[in-house]
Write a new protein. Structure first.
Length: 419
């Protein structure tokens, strides 16, 4: 019990006892001494009460500061102990889910509706050794966990920011106005007038759902050890990352897909500058795009730029050697550009005659990512009880809601017709 509460109770008892003595017309010597003693104690307790309140207020502030960050930390600890095999066995044979796994599922259900069993994105992290380990991620917020899960994805390597949204739509106001400055032409002359501050809103909406189907045999279910745990994590994580990467860059904006950054069409749906090269891949072509970034003050140099290419371009550029040297066009490119990413999934295959491909350049400005990828809530894992009933297998469908948008169009550039 708090000291201040104890003192308050004692003060109440003293007041009650004094009230009985004050009402008497004749007091005995013992009663008079008792009244004097209680009066002295009451005044002394007042000082103690004020001191107790000061101490307890400090303790409350310290405890409050700890509690502010405790919920996220404790939930991250629980996710580190989340066991996917418990979910699989529950869906297959009704096994009871308990421990940290049950607590995480209950917490997710309280924040949104799910037809099946909700699985946090952080639970898909590939783990080494035991499922329950001390070396689990310990983030302050959700987004860093998402970044680590998709650390090997092309979107992450190209500077995309992953945002986990509980519900609703997120909007990001991006400044698109410029400040005007100027010198006074004379001693009494006026400087340049003010420029209106304006922003463009970039929104992420839960309109696109990606589905993953998994088939687990009866034999695999009976071998319910760490191998099953890792297999489910690995396959679901890999499939989700592949589908997400393809949608982020090539999404059609129709048939349930979000609108990808490099969606075909002129002009780009995001207002991104697209330049037709119409020539063989060379460092000179990419250097011109890098220069445009720097002229627009979007990048300070080639080292701050990410470049996404098809693997076929690497093959051609590495075979093109500068005359009289052992340096290829590819060597020149990678020695200048900060981060070169090769992917056959994020970019469409070369087409046309001669075969030509596309490339994407991105950069981060002032800590603002060029691309935002939104994920909503958790993965909804639903059981299909009919498809594999004859063999005793388990068919699972995982549903993930995602969307993509860009920040400033000046932070991205598209090159087309790279032969």
């Amino acid at each position: 019990m708090l000291t201040s509460v104890t003192i308050q109770r004692r003060q109440s008892q003293i007041r009650e006892a004094l009230a009985g003595l004050v009402g008497k017309s004749d007091l005995t010597e013992d009663e008079q001494r008792s009244m004097d003693s209680m009066d002295l104690e009451y005044r002394s307790n007042e000082s103690k009460y004020r001191a107790a309140l000061i101490v307890e207020d400090t303790e409350r502030k310290e405890a409050g500061a700890e509690l502010e960050g405790r919920s996220d930390k404790e939930f991250a600890d629980l996710i580190g102990k989340f066991e996917l095999r418990q979910v699989a066995l529950h869906l297959d044979e009704g096994a009871k889910i308990d421990g940290a796994t049950a607590e995480v599922i209950e917490e997710l259900r309280s924040q949104g509706g799910y037809r099946g069993i909700p699985i946090p994105y952080a639970a898909l992290e590939i783990r080494a050794g035991e499922t329950i380990a001390s070396g689990t991620p310990d983030p302050v917020s959700t987004a860093p966990i998402i970044d680590r899960i998709f650390a090997d994805s092309v979107a992450s390597k190209m500077g995309a920011s992953f945002v986990n949204i509980a519900q609703g739509t997120n909007e990001y106001p991006i400044t698109n106005s410029a400040v005007t400055g100027g010198w006074a032409s004379s001693e009494t002359g006026a400087v340049a007038g003010p420029t209106a501050y304006s922003t463009a809103n970039r929104s992420l909406a839960p309109d696109n759902t990606y589905g993953i189907q998994m088939k687990i045999t009866r034999k695999a279910l009976k071998q319910s050890g760490d191998a099953l745990e890792q297999a489910v994590r690995r396959d679901m994580n890999g499939c989700l990352a592949v589908g997400m990467d393809k949608a982020v860059f090539q999404g059609s904006g129709s048939s349930g897909e979000p609108t990808g950054v490099m969606k075909s069409g002129s002009p780009s749906p995001y207002g991104i500058t697209s330049t037709a090269i119409g020539a063989a891949a060379s460092w000179a072509a990419f250097r011109a795009a890098v220069t445009r970034f720097m002229v627009a003050n979007a990048a300070t140099g080639p080292g701050s730029i990410n470049l996404l290419l098809r693997p076929e371009l690497y093959d051609d550029m590495d075979d093109d050697v500068f005359t009289g040297t052992a340096i290829s066009q590819w060597d020149k490119l990678v020695s200048n550009v900060g981060n070169v990413v090769l992917s056959s999934n994020a970019l469409a295959a070369p087409s046309g005659s001669p075969l030509a491909s596309k490339a994407l350049l991105t950069t981060t400005v002032g800590g603002v990512a060029p691309i935002f990828v939104g994920t909503w809530g958790a993965i909804d894992l639903i059981r299909d009880i009919y498809s594999d009933a004859a063999s005793g297998g388990l068919r699972l469908t995982a549903l993930a809601t995602m969307d993509v948008t860009v920040s400033r169009a000046e932070q991205l550039q598209i090159l087309t017709g790279i032969q």
